[in-house]
Design a protein around this ligand. Structure first.
Ligand code: CTP
Ligand code: CA
Length: 228
């Protein structure tokens, strides 16, 4: 991999990227999941690798899950994703592009659930999954990656939700996008990012997910070069 003919701004930097959905089992053949394609996470991982970073790519089962030039760590559940991220530390930066299931089934059945003939549907009890981004962002200095970057998928007032999420999660940067019906962001090739750090809110405008990936990788390179 080369970055044009110039130097590799992220040479020697280790970056963890989470991507794709998680899959939370109900029984051996059924699960709860979401429509994340892994497209944005994959594009980011490839952009970082092309700038010389050592990329550890922790991915749920997604359509896009094989970024070139990266170490690929496949997982299914949120708990597996959390364990894989923990095992991949330490890192200089961590980027959380995965659409992690917020809840999992409290007690997945060991055997396939069967209809009992009465016509009643089973009730599923959920419990909260760990917040992987928030726990990494709140690691003690020394264990915490110097740069922790989250994503936010929102409907409604994007900026208000995103500012609150940045503070609540404790990350350094947040890339927010509007996933209202009709936006086409989930699974689509294009997106529109609202970038936030502790001080600035910056509308990156409508663009492809690969363009977002390049812009983000460039910004990370500048950050580590002391340029921002
Ligand atoms: N995230 C995570 N672990 C979770 C949930 C979310 O690491 N259990 C990360 C996502 O990868 C993303 C960020 O947190 O980078 C925000 O995810 P999002 O679903 O938008 O936020 P939540 O805190 O789950 O809030 P809500 O879904 O209620 O808006
Ligand atoms: Ca969520």
């Amino acid at each position: 991999f080369t970055h044009g003919s110039g130097p590799c701004p992220l040479e020697g930097r280790t970056v963890i990227v989470t991507s794709g959905p998680t899959r939370e089992p109900i029984d051996p053949v059924r699960y709860i999941s979401n429509a994340s394609s892994g497209r944005q996470g994959t594009a980011i991982a490839e952009a970082l690798a092309s700038q010389g970073a050592i990329v550890k790519f922790v991915t749920g089962p997604a359509e896009f899950s094989k970024p070139r030039g990266c170490e690929i760590i496949p997982v299914e559940t949120a708990l597996e994703m959390e364990a894989a991220v923990t095992a991949a530390l330490p890192a200089d930066a961590a980027i959380f592009a995965a659409a992690v299931a917020d809840w999992r089934i409290a007690q997945p059945a060991d055997a396939k659930l069967k209809k009992d003939g009465s016509g009643t549907a089973p009730a599923l009890d959920f419990i909260a999954n760990p917040d992987i981004l928030a726990s990494v962002a709140h690691l003690p200095a020394g264990e915490r990656p110097a740069l922790v970057i989250g994503f936010a998928a929102e409907t409604g007032n994007l900026e208000t939700h995103a500012r609150n999420k940045l503070a609540r999660k404790g990350c350094d940067w947040l890339l927010a996008n509007d996933v209202s019906p009709g936006s086409g962001v989930f699974g689509g090739a294009d997106t529109r990012i609202l970038f936030l750090d502790g001080t600035v809110t910056d509308d990156w405008g409508p663009q492809s997910k690969t363009a977002v990936a390049t812009k983000l990788a460039d910004r990370i390179g500048k950050h580590f070069a002391g340029g921002n």
